[in-house]
Write a protein that binds this ligand. Structure first.
Ligand code: NIG
Ligand code: FE
Length: 403
């Protein structure tokens, strides 16, 4: 089988558990959608059947970015709540008075599927322009069987039209919809009842819950996780964002792929995640935008060898950003990650948070998803603040035109 050679690159392979895995004057050999070989040009194997060759003139190449936590499908925006919060009203107060997620639910239900698709397409394309090759998309602004299915279908449709890998997550337990006001347990029963149907339609890759005082309790979370387990679906959790609910330990019991946010994570939660191999997804955009002050326990996560991922958490309420690179910068400045930890967080560890082990490093056998940057050093991906850079991107072995 013929292959394509990319040569003359400075590779940040991220091979192995730490370090950039830098290779000067490196080469990648791509066959189909896979990397057949990665290493120094000087060591290129002989007798390769190369039919196309690209000279990169020293450009930096990294694995494609994996944005493992987004709420990309929604109608409207929440600019008015941003102004309220600037005047001192808290995110929780807005949620308790019927705004917040529920105001986006109303706007999402009012939009038809094509306009939801069109607005989500633009957002996905913005992520792609900054080097994203795999994205996770959650439902959670439909909150009925019909509207959740619509949101998840939008995710699937994007995967069919864009040169982008999409993983969908069912987050029906995100907030209580108005028709279930005062009846959270009944709503959870409804979610558990429609999950098999959504799964049967092929719309669900994982199941998530917002476990929080303003959302669902640990007991309610457990019920949704039991329903997911019955279907053989992996789980994730919005855990310990605004308070410590012991959600991470609960999720770890279910071998959760990831626990996300984690500002209020306890030492017991860290230990439980370490035992279960659950990835800690840190979301500096939400921390910044909600002006939080309690930092996630990064040192404890590191010491316990919990893999750390970084994502945009793109959503209209707590993290309206479409810049994965800005999140790398914030992961360093706000959470004190090293630039290398940040990049691992949006490549190999982001993939792990989605249960994907076939991407995130430039090593033979992995998917040929990579980005070619106009930078000298991979640390620059998190160094430049608000950089407007559009890397060349190879997805599934072929160069993709920037949308
Ligand atoms: O990840 N925490 C819950 N969900 C989103 C915010 C949703 C919203 O405010 O619309 C988050 O921060
Ligand atoms: Fe989120």
């Amino acid at each position: 089988m013929s292959s394509t050679l990319w040569r003359g690159a400075r590779l940040a392979t991220l091979a192995g558990p730490r370090g950039w895995g830098l290779v000067e004057n490196g080469a990648l050999v791509v066959q189909g959608d896979r990397l057949l070989w990665a290493g120094p040009v000087a060591d290129l194997p002989a007798h390769l059947d190369v039919t196309a060759e690209h000279e990169l003139n020293g450009a930096l190449v990294t694995p494609g970015l994996v944005d493992c936590h987004t709420h990309l499908v929604y109608g409207g925006h929440r600019g008015h709540e941003f102004e309220q919060r600037l005047q001192g009203v808290s995110y929780e107060e807005i949620a308790r008075s019927g705004g917040g997620i529920r105001s986006t639910v109303a706007a999402t239900r009012a939009a038809d599927e094509d306009s939801l698709y069109a607005s989500t397409l633009k957002r996905a394309q913005a992520l792609m322009r900054e080097g994203v090759t795999t994205v996770e998309i959650k439902s959670g602004y439909g909150l009925s069987a019909e509207h959740e299915a619509r949101c998840l279908r939008v995710g699937r449709r994007l995967a069919e039209t864009l040169r982008l890998s999409v993983r969908t997550t069912c987050l029906s337990a995100h907030a209580l919809p108005p028709e279930f006001a005062g009846k959270p347990n009944e709503y959870i029963s409804a979610v558990c009842a429609w999950l098999p149907e959504l799964h049967a339609q092929g719309l669900v890759d994982a199941v998530d819950v917002f476990c929080e005082a303003i959302a669902f309790s640990p007991a309610q979370t457990r019920r949704v996780f039991d329903a997911a387990r019955q279907l053989g679906l992996p789980v994730k959790l919005h855990a310990e964002q605004l308070s410590d609910q012991d959600g991470a330990a609960l999720a770890a019991e279910y071998n959760a792929l990831s626990c996300d946010h984690l500002e209020h994570l306890s030492p017991a939660g860290v230990a439980a995640m370490a035992r279960a191999g659950t990835v800690a997804v840190l979301l500096p955009g939400a921390y910044y935008f909600l002006r939080e002050t309690k930092l996630p326990p990064v040192a404890a996560l590191r010491n316990a060898n919990v893999p750390i991922a970084i994502a945009t958490d793109h959503n209209p309420g707590s993290s309206p950003t479409l810049s994965p690179l800005l999140m790398l910068n914030m992961a360093c400045t706000l959470f004190r990650l090293t630039p290398e930890e940040a990049l691992r967080g949006m490549t190999v560890n982001g993939a792990r948070a989605l249960g994907l082990v076939d991407r995130g490093q430039l090593v033979a056998g992995q998917r040929a998803d990579f980005a070619i940057w106009p930078h000298e050093h991979p640390g620059e991906l998190s160094y430049w603040l608000g950089q407007q850079v559009q890397p060349r991107v190879v997805w599934a072995g072929q160069e993709r035109v920037n949308p």
